[in-house]
Design a protein around this ligand. Structure first.
Ligand code: ATP
Ligand code: MG
Length: 411
């Protein structure tokens, strides 16, 4: 069965169990929103008036997560559901987390949530919606609205500013005016949020389906954008980002953003591509090693490939043999700036691929040594030069290649 169906089934079982033990139990937050909108929830969360110890008593296969907030993870097979005790949050002194929480009822729990669309409860047994915050109306009107006083809510937890943008983009909601005004006022405070959490939000914004909307919205808060990505929002559109297929990875989407910003162009050749920019992004967004490696490679090779007409076959083949050629080819094709050259590009690339971009070298180091050459400073250069001529198609057989080798070595 699909993961989300398993999660739904477990969440239903948990609510039944809680209710038959005399507790209140509802589905809460994102899953209620998604179902109302006719979308499939990623996962299900349960909210209850039972305290964490009681939840763990009722569900032996469980453990506390986020102990301070009274959240218990319950699992069964591959499915898992977070069960959170209704709570209100105490004072926020770090701009992200409440100093303490107090267990309470559903109404108060709804009010501590971030946006009206995220503040709904649903009782899957009686099939009743419990809406203490006007969430249903806002979902119908496609409005993203902070619960309570927007300024206060963003001042408590600055990460909510990025969440607002992410949800508005993903759900195609308008950000309500006062909510927007509060983000405008408080945007510079995002610097107090950890780089890990910011990076996570940006990655989630780059999920399929709403990448361009998320970047447009983020760009409409220039201070926030600059603080998060370390560059000013650019005025052009997000054509490359919009051109990458839905299936593109987050790393590839990040690269598309850099191309959109023109961030990789106009660098002196001594400073290959935007590798310094990638290094800055790495610390800013806490990129993984894998993402960093992908971006560094792309940032180095893309500016060269953009001038592919000037590259020799050997040079292009060497790039094609690199670890992320598939991503590079996709991104080149996604850039509308290349629209008139992409057919010729594909044709040339196809022809080179048919020849083989990484054949076994016809001349090896051992073969050179057998010719009586002692490995020295020139040795590697000779091998490279011979391999280049092989890639160019000048040397096709071992005999041709060895003859060429003898000529070079003899000189
Ligand atoms: P997603 O589909 O992206 O998981 P979600 O609505 O489930 O969306 P989560 O981040 O999983 O979002 O959080 C679950 C719920 O917890 C939210 O719907 C919201 O009610 C509440 N919540 C999460 N983060 C915050 C926050 N920073 N401030 C207030 N409420 C929050
Ligand atoms: Mg969720």
């Amino acid at each position: 069965m699909e993961q989300n169906l398993l999660s739904q089934e477990l969440a239903l079982r948990i609510v039944r169990r809680l209710q038959s033990a005399g507790h209140v139990g509802y589905w809460a937050g994102g899953c209620v929103r998604d179902r109302l909108m006719g979308n499939v929830p990623k996962d299900y969360d349960v909210a209850t008036d039972a305290w964490p110890e009681r939840v763990m008593e009722l569900f032996p296969r469980s453990r506390k997560v986020g102990a301070a907030f009274g959240v218990v993870l319950v699992w069964q097979g591959k499915a898992q559901v977070e069960v959170a005790t209704f709570r209100t949050d105490g004072v926020y002194s770090d701009g992200r987390h409440p100093d303490s929480v107090v267990f309470t009822n559903a109404r108060d729990d709804a009010r501590r949530r971030d946006f009206t669309c995220n503040g709904l409860f649903f009782d899957p047994v009686s099939e009743q919606l419990h809406d203490f915050v006007g969430g249903r109306e806002d979902i119908e009107a496609k409005v993203l609205r902070a619960i309570g006083e927007p300024h206060q809510r963003f001042a408590e937890d600055h990460l909510r500013m990025l969440r607002a943008i992410r949800f508005a983009a993903r759900l195609r909601f308008q950000i309500e005016e006062r909510t927007r005004g509060a983000i405008e006022e408080l945007q510079s405070r995002i610097e107090l949020i950890s780089r890990e959490r910011i990076g996570e939000e940006i990655r989630m914004m780059l999920e399929r389906g709403s990448r361009v909307r998320a970047m447009e919205l983020l760009g409409s808060f220039p201070v926030l954008f600059a603080e998060v990505l370390g560059v000013k929002p650019h005025v052009g559109g997000w054509a490359v980002l919009g051109g990458v297929p839905e299936s593109a990875s987050r790393g590839e989407a990040l690269m598309a953003m850099l191309m959109d910003g023109g961030m990789l162009r106009d660098k002196p050749p001594a400073e290959p591509g935007g590798t310094d920019l990638v290094r800055r992004l790495r610390t800013r967004l806490m990129l993984s090693n894998e993402e960093t490696e992908l971006l560094l490679w792309l940032a180095r090779e893309m500016p060269r490939v953009e001038k592919w007409e000037e590259l020799s076959n050997a040079a292009l083949k060497r790039i094609m043999a690199g670890p992320h050629w598939g991503a590079l080819e996709m991104l080149y094709g996604a850039d509308p700036a290349n629209v008139e050259r992409v057919a010729a590009f594909s044709e040339r690339v196809g022809a080179l691929r048919a020849e083989g971009v990484a054949p076994q070298p016809l001349v090896t180091g051992d073969a050179l040594i057998r010719l009586g050459v002692t490995p020295g400073p020139a040795f590697k250069g000779w091998l490279e030069a011979l391999y280049d001529r092989q890639l160019e198609g000048e040397l096709r057989t071992e005999e041709e290649a060895m003859a060429a080798a003898r000529r070079i070595v003899g000189e």
